[in-house]
Design a binder for this molecule. Structure first.
Ligand code: 16G
Ligand code: MG
Length: 557
């Protein structure tokens, strides 16, 4: 269907067409707005950033001039990658219905195609171009960031958007800013719309929560040589001597250092201490790793025998959910506040068992937007992915109750005050490694736990994650929150049969949303068994995906 002439005319006569010419689409690349936005090798992203600038401005116009966020980051990916994602006015991920629009616009191969797609899009969504557009944007520390931000700015300029540059900061700070800007001066005000406002909000809640507690020993933070380093440095000044932070892996200007053998993803996937921390983390001391944009958190410690122990997103969920449930009970709010937990299929079976014995637990597909959405159905919804991304959401009704509830005993009053402060401490827009870290520190201080007390809440089932490279990962389709494969036909029953033969065996297969691979997860009663189950399922995946038996990887027994 040809685009309506009026829109084509508008787009052409505005600056869009001529500016788009300066950002040609590379040949033979197909872009996709996936779970975490666009993410790929930075050198092909120029046109995508320009078009995302245009799209962000249109999203703002569509939402009556509300401020939209744009974050330029590739999170835990290697340094040569970059990416971009949009943030909706409440600081949450872009509405999923716009993901497909983002993909279509990014793949229009010429300026004419782009202009024509844009015209169709504006018409279809009835976007009033006379409305104002407001966008706030930031980037992480990647060397490719400044050039990509310049392309983004060109897209914003093309639509005459009012743009605010939040500089180099973490993904969660950008999400915070979006919500703060859009709620400024309203009864839902989220805080001052600045980095200072963010630090003030978090640190003052933290200081109140730990006021009567002992100051813990220093906490070591692996900053993944990323943007968490400068932001944690500033946070430390607000915490003073109530929490001393020892920052490691802060080399943001060293080429190739970002996420390299360090950071939350390294810790989770290798289940090891980053080699750079050997000798830096003392036995018994608490340590944690951020990822490259500081929205994931992994805790760990080494014991007196120098054994490494990882405390992942599941352990964080267990610690935090149990603490909140206790506070809700003690405050006398149990009948009014339903607390629940959301996990994915990657949650360790032992964590699910521990949590299910204490409160309602839901399982949803991988990706923050699914968890976030499901957590909104509780009054207090705790969600964490095993990889360390997560937060706690207080529903509007719960926030109202916290404000108006009249406690009848001093114990109830104290618990209520703690819940109010947690509501301030937790960045509820998205998982935030630094906010989550303060949350964990609060619970540890209240419980007088060290790493090993926390670790002993439950014992992880041995597990293994393996990736399989296949010709076409799109042939893998799942249901039941990714726990069952429906395609390729016949594969699921083979996986189920195999898993049954292992004590405590559980395995599932899903296509990755961020890499061109299929992921296999397996759990079993012992580590060798978990490894064997994972590799045998990987072998099945390889065969069903049309792999050549002679080139089957040898570990896929
Ligand atoms: C992205 C998701 C994360 C998910 C991961 C899975 C967001 C902001 N991030 O990093 O939630 O766990 O992808 O990756 O949604 P995979 O699909 O490659 O396994
Ligand atoms: Mg991240």
């Amino acid at each position: 269907m040809p685009a309506p002439a009026i829109w084509t005319w508008w787009v052409k006569t505005s600056a869009v067409g001529s500016r788009a010419d300066k950002h040609p689409v590379p040949a033979n690349v197909r872009f996709q707005y996936g779970t975490a936005g666009f993410r790929t090798i930075a050198s092909v992203l120029d046109s995508v950033l320009f078009r995302v600038g245009v799209l962000a401005a249109l999203r703002s116009k569509k939402l009556d001039g509300k401020t939209i966020g744009v974050m330029v980051t590739a999170s835990h990916n290697p340094e040569q990658d970059n990416g971009v994602k949009l943030v909706d006015p409440r600081g949450e991920m872009l509405d999923t219905s716009w993901e497909a629009h983002a993909t279509t616009l990014s793949n229009a191969s010429t300026t004419d195609d782009f202009v024509s797609e844009l015209a169709k899009f504006v018409e279809k969504l009835q976007i009033d171009l006379a409305k104002p557009a407001r966008v706030v944007y930031a980037r992480d520390t990647r060397p490719s960031g400044p050039a990509l931000v310049a392309s983004l700015e060109d897209g914003l300029r093309a639509l005459g958007a009012e743009a605010r540059n939040a500089g180099v900061t973490t993904t969660p700070v950008l999400h915070y800013l979006v919500r703060a800007i859009n709620t400024l001066g309203t009864k839902d005000s989220y805080g001052e719309d600045s980095e200072e406002g963010y630090f003030q909000k978090l640190s003052s809640a933290y200081l109140k929560l730990v006021a009567p507690r002992q100051t813990p020993p220093p906490l070591l933070i692996d900053c993944a040589n990323g943007v968490g380093a400068p932001i944690a440095t500033r946070l430390a000044t607000y915490l003073g001597d109530r929490l001393s932070l020892v920052l490691e892996n802060t080399a943001i200007d060293t080429p190739g250092a970002l996420n390299n053998a360090c950071g939350a993803d390294f810790v989770k996937t290798s289940q090891k201490l980053p080699p750079s921390l050997a000798g830096r983390l003392q036995p018994g001391q608490r340590g944690c790793s951020l990822d490259g944009d500081a929205d994931r958190l992994m805790y760990f410690y080494i014991d007196q025998r120098n054994q490494f122990h990882m405390l992942d997103g599941d352990k964080i969920a267990a610690l935090v959910a149990a603490f909140i449930v206790d506070l809700v009970k003690t405050s006398g709010l149990e009948s009014q506040m339903k607390v629940g937990v959301v996990q994915t299929a990657y949650a360790n079976g032992a964590s699910t068992k521990y949590l299910t014995e204490r409160l309602p637990v839901k399982c949803v597909p991988t990706g923050v937007k699914h968890l976030h959405h499901a957590a909104e159905s509780y009054n207090i919804g705790v969600y964490f992915e095993a990889n360390g991304h997560g937060t706690v959401l207080f529903s509007p009704a719960a926030q109202e109750t916290l404000q108006t509830y009249e406690p009848s005993t001093p114990a109830q009053a104290t618990a209520l005050e703690h819940l109010r402060n947690l509501n301030q401490l937790i960045n509820q827009t998205v998982g935030d490694a630094l906010s989550d870290m303060l949350l964990v520190e609060v619970v540890l201080a209240h419980k007088a736990y060290d790493g090993s007390d926390w670790d002993s809440l439950y014992v992880d089932l041995p597990n293994r994650l393996v990736k399989v490279v296949v010709a076409d990962r799109n042939q893998f389709k799942t249901e039941d929150a990714e726990r069952q494969l429906v395609s390729p036909p016949g594969l699921q029953s083979k996986i189920t049969d195999l898993a049954r033969r292992f004590e405590g065996g559980r395995s599932f297969v899903r296509p990755s949303g961020t890499e061109d691979v299929v992921r296999v997860y397996a759990e079993a009663g012992s580590k060798p068994q978990a490894d064997e189950l994972a590799f045998r399922v990987a072998g099945l995946v390889y065969d069903f995906a049309g792999g050549n038996p002679t080139s089957r990887p040898k570990e896929f027994i």
